[in-house]
Design a protein around this ligand. Structure first.
Ligand SMILES: Cc1cc2nc3c(=O)[nH]c(=O)nc-3n(C[C@H](O)[C@H](O)[C@H](O)COP(=O)(O)OP(=O)(O)OC[C@H]3O[C@@H](n4cnc5c(N)ncnc54)[C@H](O)[C@@H]3O)c2cc1C
Length: 468
C-alpha cells in the first residue's frame, strides 16, 4: 500500500478541525506515542502528527481527510498494549482517544453503562461498584488501559474464567468506519440477531476496521462474597496439573492463576516484601465469588481439599479486602517485576486447551533449557492462557534477535501442535502478524483479507497490524 506524507497543508486542515492544542507535531511531545508496552526498540516509530479529537464528529472528519489523502491512521487508547498495535509503524497519524473520556450513562434498571472510548477500565469498574454493580472485564492493566482499547484487543484478564473476555460484556458500539461514516450497531438490548453481528466483528479488530467512539457495556449484580486462595507448590508441574482438576470439579472459579518460581521471586524483589512460601516452585491463585456465604465457603473448601490431595504445600484463604489485595498485587505486578530482572524482554501470550497446560509448561521449560535463556511464566491458568517471557539479560542486539526468533518459532510450533493459538488476549498487532500469517490456512486468510478490503479499501486503518 502506497501512503502519502503528512504535509503542512494537512496539518493546517487538522488544526481547523481540532484546534491548535489538539494537533501535536513537536518531536518531544510525540515521543510517548511512538511505542506501547512492548519493551523492544524494534517496535518503536515516531508519528508524523498526533491528533486528539474531543468528539465523534471530529474523529469522522479526521478519518475522511486521511482517507482522501491516503494517510495511515493508528488509533490509540492508553498505549498499554503488548503487541505494538498502537505504534504508527508505517508513519502517518496517531489518533489518540485520551480526550474522549466521559462516562455518559449508568442505567441501573437495564444494567448497562455507556462510555466514551478513553475511560480507563478501572474507572468503569469503580463506577459500577459504587452502584452495587460489577463490570466483569478485568485485565491486569485495568488502572491504565482504556475501555475501547479493551474492546479493540478483546482483552481477557483475571475474571475471564467465570465471566468471559471483553466481548462477553459488550452489547453495542459506535464506530467511525474507514471512510469516515459514523455507524452504531447494537445498544441496550440483551438479545439481538438483527443482521450480521458486527459488534463482535469489531471487538478484537485492533483498530484495523474502524475507530470505536462509544461503548455499551454490560453490568451485573456485584457478588456479595469473595474469597481468594493462595496455594504454594514445591514445583511447577505439580501445581499446573491441579488446574484441569479444579476446572472439572463442578465449580466455576472466578479466577484461576499461576506464577512460577522466578515470577514469585521477581514479585518479592519488585514489592520489596517477603511472600508466603516465597521459595515455592509455583503458586496457584484462585478466587471464588457468589451471593451466598455458605456456597463460597463450600467452593473454596472443595478447591483447597483438591489442592492438598494433589501436592499443595499449604492453602492460605483470604476472605478480607486487605489480604486479598496483597495476593493480587503479587500476581498483577508480573510485567513490572520481570522488568527488574531484564529491562528488555519479549512477553508472549500463548493459549492452549486447559488439559494441555502441563504439556505447554513442559515445552517452555524444554525450550528454556535448550537455548539457555530464562523464560518466567505466569498467567490465567483457568483459561489455558500462559504469559511466558523471554528475557534478554546481557545479550547484545544480534544475540538477542537470534535468540528471540528461534525461541518464538519453536514455541509457536509446540503451541499449535497442542491445539492452541499464539495469542489468548494481547492480540496480534504488528509483533505477531508474520507468525499468525504462517499459521493461517489459505481459506482463513482469504476471509480475513476480504473483510479488511471491503471495509477499508485504501488500507489506511492501522496498516501492518493483524494482517501483513
Ligand atoms: C502490566 C500489564 C498488564 C496487562 N494485563 C493484561 C491482561 O490481564 N489481559 C489483557 O487482555 N491484556 C493485558 N495487558 C495488555 C493491554 O493492557 C491490553 O491489550 C489493553 O486492552 C490495551 O488497551 P489500551 O487502551 O492501552 O490500548 P492501546 O495499547 O492503546 O491499543 C491497543 C490496540 O487497540 C487499538 N485501539 C485502541 N483504542 C481504539 C479505539 N478506540 N478504536 C479502535 N481501535 C483502538 C490500537 O490501534 C491497538 O491496535 C496488560 C498490559 C500491561 C502493561
Amino acid at each position: 500500500m502506497q501512503f502519502n506524507k503528512v504535509t503542512d497543508k494537512i496539518v493546517a486542515e487538522l488544526i481547523s478541525i481540532l484546534g491548535q492544542a489538539n494537533v501535536i507535531v513537536e518531536a518531544e511531545k510525540m515521543e510517548m506515542y511512538a511505542k506501547d508496552e512492548v519493551s523492544d526498540r524494534l517496535w518503536e516509530k515516531m508519528p508524523e502528527v498526533v491528533v486528539k479529537p474531543e468528539n465523534t464528529q471530529q474523529v469522522s472528519e479526521i478519518v475522511k481527510l486521511a482517507n482522501r489523502e491516503l494517510i495511515p491512521i493508528t488509533p490509540r487508547g492508553a498505549g498499554s498494549g503488548l503487541a505494538a498495535g498502537a505504534v504508527p509503524l508505517q508513519g502517518g497519524m496517531v489518533l489518540s482517544l485520551e480526550k474522549m473520556n466521559k462516562i455518559l450513562d449508568v442505567d441501573t434498571e437495564n444494567l448497562f453503562m455507556v462510555c466514551e472510548p478513553g475511560v480507563t477500565t478501572g474507572e468503569v469498574q469503580k463506577t459500577a461498584k459504587e452502584q452495587g454493580l460489577l463490570y466483569a472485564g478485568d485485565p491486569c492493566s485495568a488502572d491504565s488501559s482504556f475501555i475501547a482499547g479493551n474492546v479493540a484487543t478483546n482483552a481477557g484478564g483475571n475474571k475471564a474464567v467465570k465471566y468471559g473476555v471483553t466481548s462477553r460484556h459488550i452489547y453495542g458500539l459506535e464506530i467511525v468506519m474507514p471512510d469516515g461514516e459514523i455507524v452504531t450497531f447494537g445498544g441496550k438490548n440483551v438479545k439481538d440477531v438483527t443482521g450480521y453481528d458486527i459488534v463482535h466483528l469489531m471487538v478484537g479488530s485492533e483498530g484495523t476496521l474502524g475507530i470505536v467512539t462509544k461503548v455499551w457495556l454490560k453490568l451485573m449484580p456485584l457478588p456479595k462474597y469473595v474469597a481468594d486462595l493462595l496455594i504454594p507448590f514445591a514445583d511447577m508441574q505439580t501445581a499446573i496439573k491441579v488446574v484441569p482438576k479444579i476446572m472439572t470439579a463442578g465449580i466455576i472459579p472466578t479466577c484461576l492463576e499461576f506464577m512460577d518460581s522466578l515470577s514469585i521471586k521477581s514479585a518479592e524483589m519488585y514489592l520489596n516484601k517477603k511472600l508466603p512460601y516465597g521459595d515455592a516452585g509455583a503458586y496457584v491463585i484462585c478466587e471464588v465469588d457468589g451471593t451466598s456465604e455458605t456456597q463460597v465457603q463450600d467452593d473454596y473448601e472443595t478447591i483447597g481439599k483438591l489442592a492438598m490431595e494433589n501436592g499443595a504445600l499449604e492453602v492460605f484463604v483470604a476472605d478480607n479486602m486487605s489480604t486479598q489485595e496483597r495476593i493480587w498485587k503479587a500476581r498483577k505486578c508480573y510485567a513490572e517485576a520481570i522488568r527488574m530482572i531484564s529491562p528488555v524482554y519479549c512477553m508472549e501470550d500463548i493459549v492452549v486447551p486447559v488439559s494441555n497446560i502441563p504439556k505447554a509448561i513442559e515445552a517452555i521449560e524444554r525450550i528454556s533449557a535448550k537455548y539457555e535463556c530464562k523464560i518466567p511464566s505466569a498467567g490465567h491458568a483457568g483459561d489455558g492462557n500462559i504469559h511466558c517471557t523471554i528475557l534478554r539479560e546481557n545479550r547484545d542486539d544480534h544475540e538477542w534477535h537470534e535468540l528471540k526468533d528461534a525461541v518464538l518459532e519453536e514455541l509457536y510450533e509446540e503451541v499449535y501442535a497442542l491445539g492452541g493459538n499464539l495469542s489468548g488476549e494481547h492480540g496480534i498487532g504488528a509483533k505477531r502478524a508474520k507468525a499468525m500469517d504462517k499459521h493461517l490456512t489459505d481459506a482463513q486468510r482469504k476471509v480475513l483479507v476480504t473483510i479488511k478490503k471491503a471495509l477499508d479499501p485504501n488500507g489506511i486503518m492501522n496498516p501492518g497490524k493483524v494482517l501483513i
